[in-house]
Design a protein around this ligand. Sequence first.
Ligand SMILES: [Zn+2]
Ligand SMILES: [Zn+2]
Length: 182
Amino acid sequence: MLRNVSISFFDTNPYSSGNHNANEKTLKIRICGLPLSVDDSAVYELLDKNDVKTKSKILYEKIRHPVTGKMTSVLNGNRFIYVEPLPDDKHLPRINYCTGIRCLIFHFGQPKMQRTLTCTNCWTSGHTRNHCNNEPRCKVCKTPGHEPGDPKCSEYEQLQNVIAFNGQDSVLSNFFPCDLNL
Ligand SMILES: [Zn+2]
Ligand SMILES: [Zn+2]
């Protein structure tokens, strides 16, 4: 109460999130990991695909100066936007792809990302190599009986016009001994 007037306090300026009314609820969404050169239109497309109703335009995070800790005007590619709160049972997936580039979305109420175990022997999830009873599988095509890079692999591509060289026995290698005349 201030001079008999009741005043609400807000953690942040409620109007900066695109609200028309101070009590309107908004959700802040952070989109992280995209290069600065990715166009906002692609980000809007991603949000649209997730049925997100935007309230503000896309805003950019700035980098703090590593020494002074002061905010700089340098942008790091991370963006944020204020949107209408999602229905109670809905949240956005953490891992997303925007123009083919992997990015992470963070917002309040999003469940913590569960780490899924992937077995490096059979490449299925739910257990580790030490507890694996399956036969080994190829990491690339996920079928048993061969290793990645084997001609039996369905993903195997014969490289033509490629000369592999390494070590002191290959003439093209920089470890191949040769005489220098100075
Ligand atoms: Zn396994
Ligand atoms: Zn394979």
